[in-house]
Every structure is written in structure tokens, then in C-alpha cells.
Design a protein around this ligand. Structure first.
Ligand code: 5GP
Ligand code: MN
Length: 333
């Protein structure tokens, strides 16, 4: 961010600020949004965090999570906030279709737009941009942003807890997506008071019985392994959603279990939703699920973790995924 000084001076006077993150917000989306929110509160700005859709319960402990506006339920108010903002921070996404239905109103706002994000191939819609793919998470980049402003001494425990939580969700507790900077920032957040034990419990050890049984169902009844493709797939049908009363966030992390298999390099978790089929893809090493997500499923993300969607029935979606892996493996040779 070469023009950071300009942004720094804008932030010196109280402003109307909106912080936006992507649909189906994950720990990094909410952690970076609330971490930045608590940091900007130090400057007495008027701040509203807005998400397109609601967040999962395992992040509801974050301070002021209950003040986040959800566009799906408060559409007009969300649009008004965007149109009357002086500055809008776009966190953990780099393509405006990730904040549908706010995409159009974003094109009309006169606010200064700031993008802080760690996905590949950013779109060109921001005046201030901190976009790096060699970072674990947007939370790590929020720390870097605060450091660029020379304001790390303002990081209090609330900010540290939120940012640390996002870092552990996007790295699976520092198992993947880890760079030297990741550990340095995590250390600094612990020094600033982040409560590792509490956050680990809230994020990784707070399943209900229903969710753990759902995991069992996925692994026992809904997992296909295709050895020739070094690929594993777990799918859930609409009926599964009813039988298990699956709610937002209940299926978080299930895709990662497939990668525990030694001979699997590619994994997909495929969910049949009311109108679309949503795919969550993961890989090990050099295999790029980002390319598959972009080429075949109108999506994107990172080399080893991407998402996308499909219109049609679930069998066709599974077939398309298998063919896409086959094509991608052929390209590797
Ligand atoms: P997850 O599988 O955890 O939902 O998402 C993994 C990664 O892929 C995240 O970084 C997320 O931002 C990205 N992603 C998930 N779904 C989509 C999508 O529909 N479009 C794009 N462009 N990225 C997605
Ligand atoms: Mn992220």
C-alpha cells in the first residue's frame, strides 16, 4: 500500500466507516472485520460491519459480533450505510460478486474503498490495496496494516483475540498456509493478550452432538475415494440437510478430514443447497484446486483451498468434479 500515508491522515478525523466481508463469513472474515473494528474504535469513528449472510455460532463469542448487520435480513439499511460511508474496508475477498447483493450499490458509492485480502487475482475496485497471497489470512494482514500505520501499540486484547481467531481458522491451528510472518504475528498477538486456550476451545472444541454424528455420517456413508485420481469426495444431499437439521457452520472443516488419507491429494465437499450446489475444495502440495474452482465452478480462492458452485443435480456435479481433476492431473504431466 504505497499511498498508506494518505489513508492514515484520512483516519485521523472521525469518519463513517463500513467494514464488509464475504458471503458465508468464516473465522477469518469475522476476525479481521471485528479486529479492524476494535482498532478503528480507538479513533472514535462511526463503524458498521456488514456481511451478506449470517455467521456461524462458533464465532459468536467475538466482542460486538451481535452488532454486525446482515444484508440478507437488513437489505435497505445495508445499502444506506454503504452509500453514506466515507471509507469502506473490503476484507477477505477481492471480487465484488462475493458480496452479492451489495455488488451494485458498491459501484454507486462515493466512499474511498480499501481492500485488505490474501486471495489470488484481485479485481481492480479499491483505491487503497493491501493484497498479498503469501500470508496465512486476512487477519495476519490486518496486523500488518496496523504495523504499517505504526500503531501496533494500540492493539488491545479484543483486537488480538479477533485477529488470532481468524489466523487459527485459516491455518487449521497453524497446520497449513503458514509463513514465517504468520508465527511472528501470532506471537505478537499473544503478547498483546490473545487468549490461545479460550479461542482454541471456542473454535475447535465446541461442536454439538448432532454435528459430531453428522461428521460420522459423512465419513461412513457419504465419502467416495477415487484412488486413480488421488481424490476423495464427501457429498450431502438435501435430505441429509433435513435429517440432520444442518445449520450454517455445522459442516465447517469436514472437507479437511479427507486429506488425512495418505494417498489423497485432492478433496471436495459437495453440498446440495436449495438452488445451487456448493463445493468446498482442498488439496495438498502443488495441485491447484484454485484452477479447478475458476475453470469449472465459477469460483476461486487459494491454490490449496477454494470454493465454487454448480447449477444442476448432485450426480452431475460430482461427475464434473471428477472430470476436472482428471484434466488437471493430465496437465501436470
Ligand atoms: P471454503 O471451502 O472454506 O468455503 O472456502 C475456501 C476458500 O475458497 C476461501 O478462501 C473462500 O474465500 C474461497 N471461496 C469459497 N467459495 C467461493 C466462491 O464461490 N467463489 C470464490 N471466488 N471463492 C470462493
Ligand atoms: Mn481468509
Amino acid at each position: 500500500m504505497e499511498n498508506i500515508k494518505e489513508l492514515h491522515s484520512l483516519l485521523q478525523q472521525p469518519k463513517n466507516i463500513v467494514i464488509l466481508s464475504h458471503r458465508n463469513p468464516d473465522g477469518d472474515a469475522i476476525g479481521s472485520s471485528l479486529g479492524l473494528y476494535w482498532f478503528l474504535k480507538e479513533y472514535h469513528h462511526h463503524i458498521q460491519v456488514i456481511f451478506p449472510s449470517d455467521y456461524p455460532t462458533f464465532v459468536a463469542w467475538m466482542p460486538d459480533a451481535n452488532k454486525i448487520m446482515i444484508c440478507d435480513t437488513e437489505k435497505e439499511k445495508s445499502f444506506e450505510k454503504i452509500l453514506s460511508a466515507d471509507i469502506i474496508f473490503c476484507l477477505d475477498f477481492n471480487a465484488l460478486d462475493r458480496i452479492d447483493p451489495m455488488e451494485d450499490v458498491m459501484k454507486k458509492t462515493t466512499a474511498k474503498i480499501v481492500m485488505i485480502d490474501h486471495h489470488m487475482f484481485p479485481e481492480n475496485f479499491s483505491e487503497f490495496t493491501l493484497s498479498k497471497t503469501d500470508r496465512s489470512s486476512t487477519c495476519e494482514l490486518i496486523y500488518e496494516f496496523i504495523d504499517l500505520l505504526h500503531e501496533t501499540e494500540k492493539i488491545n486484547q479484543k483486537i488480538a483475540d479477533c485477529l488470532y481467531a481468524g489466523m487459527i481458522t485459516d491455518t487449521g491451528s497453524f497446520k497449513y498456509n503458514v509463513f514465517p510472518s504468520t508465527m511472528r504475528v501470532a506471537g505478537a498477538l499473544l503478547e498483546a493478550g490473545a487468549n490461545n486456550d479460550f479461542i482454541q476451545e471456542e473454535i475447535f472444541n465446541s461442536l454439538g452432538e448432532k454435528e459430531l454424528r453428522l461428521l460420522g455420517h459423512c465419513l461412513y456413508n457419504r465419502m467416495e475415494i477415487h484412488e486413480e485420481l488421488e481424490t476423495g469426495i464427501i457429498y450431502l444431499t438435501k435430505e441429509d440437510f433435513e435429517t440432520f437439521d444442518i445449520q450454517r457452520g455445522d459442516t465447517e472443516g469436514i472437507v479437511n478430514y479427507i486429506l488425512k488419507l495418505k494417498n489423497v491429494r485432492v478433496a471436495a465437499f459437495i453440498k446440495e443447497q436449495p438452488t445451487i450446489i456448493k463445493l468446498s475444495m482442498r488439496s495438498k502440495g502443488d495441485f491447484s484446486v484454485q484452477e479447478i474452482a475458476t475453470k469449472y465452478f465459477k469460483g476461486g480462492g487459494h491454490k490449496n483451498a477454494s470454493g465454487g458452485y454448480f447449477y444442476g443435480n448432485i450426480e452431475n456435479c460430482i461427475d464434473r468434479f471428477k472430470r476436472s481433476v482428471k484434466n488437471q492431473l493430465a496437465l501436470e504431466k
